[in-house]
Design a binder for this molecule. Sequence first.
Ligand code: NAI
Ligand code: SOE
Length: 389
Amino acid sequence: MRKLKVGMIGGGFMAKAHSLAMTAAPMFFDDGIILEKYKIADVSLESAKAAAHKLGFTSYTDSWQEIIDDKEIDIVDIVTPNHLHEEMAVAAAEAGKHIICEKPLGRNSEETRRMLEAVERAGVKHQVAFNYRKTPAVELAKKYIEDGEIGRILSFRGTYLQDWSANPDSPLSWRFQESSAGSGALGDIGTHVIDLAHYLVSDIEQVMAMTKTWVKERPIQGGVADSLGKIKTDSCKKGLVDVDDQLITLLRFENGAVGSLEATRNAWGRHNYLTFEIHGEKGSLYFNYERRDELQVCFSEDPDDRRGYKTIYTGAAHPYGDGLWPIPGLGIGYSEVKMVEMHDFLKALQQDTTCQPSFLEGHRISEVCDAILRSAANNQWEITKSLSI
Ligand code: NAI
Ligand code: SOE
């Protein structure tokens, strides 16, 4: 059993999810690697210490550079706001560390290109945390598509709707500022749908988009970590929101399919409504993350009087079923999805294969985001890929 040491940068929401996954993955999957939660960095010694104690790290620091410089550390896990990803990932690559970086990979494709170049130059392993493709039902959809069960894909309809920022009084955190987030609903949640579209259909070639900012200013939030709308500040001081609250985009795929993408964090009643419906010449697939154990499938070859959507509950017979719970319907959650993500990372390290999704996929997603913002500004179709990749 190989033991690798992890240095984590950031001690918020995702630090918790990644730390849990590191502990749990070896209990469910046998990847030949055990991770030691070695050191965690946050903005102050106080917050780093609190995170270390809560999440099980042996040591802590208020300097992320210390994580990079520490020769003991094999893996750097970046779980900070988006504007910090590039500097941290490039430094980690140059120090020869393997990297897990949260999504979106960067604020724009200039940043993500530099990140991709750095990891390729250094020859380290690199994974970007588009975790929803790791949901067994999504992987099952991929299998059906690859097995030809729904035939040639005609269309993809993807949504990611949440409501945690629908209240105009929910505070102005780093997620509402271009300087720290890059973009709003687009980079934060739209990117997850783009990842699923790329994974299941093919690369998005062209986009025609609209964006809207509904709440133009919000009460300023104290502290660095995002409270995701939970803490209502007493401060009446407001700051400017300079990112999108909503986007709606038409899509043209490289393989000829067409589609659409909608994302917003201002949709009352929708919490983590990440969905896709894919229609093919021989059938259809439908997935809704709020019912993540289920994949709905319809096959055209079923007899006329039996044709219609039926629900497959994922379990031992399905992707990742050898490690996850043995009975369909016991239910998996966000923690299991993050654990599967960690398992795939460890497997790639152990077997010396490419992580999926890697910084390459993260960069391509950023190119689509850039094209969506250009399209919304110019009110025209935009091509997503630069010619130089
Ligand atoms: P958060 O706001 O909860 O936590 C960020 C942490 O980074 C805080 O502890 C903050 O103090 C720390 N930090 C800020 N600047 C730092 C610095 N210079 N050095 C060290 N630590 C620093 O943010 P959250 O929700 O954990 O998001 C982090 C990243 O994860 C973002 O890129 C976000 O898009 C992504 N994310 C991904 C999710 C997924 O489902 N894949 C879910 C939530 C977030
Ligand atoms: C907030 O919109 C958020 O935490 C995103 O940042 C994540 O990527 C998404 O998975 C859940 O919602």
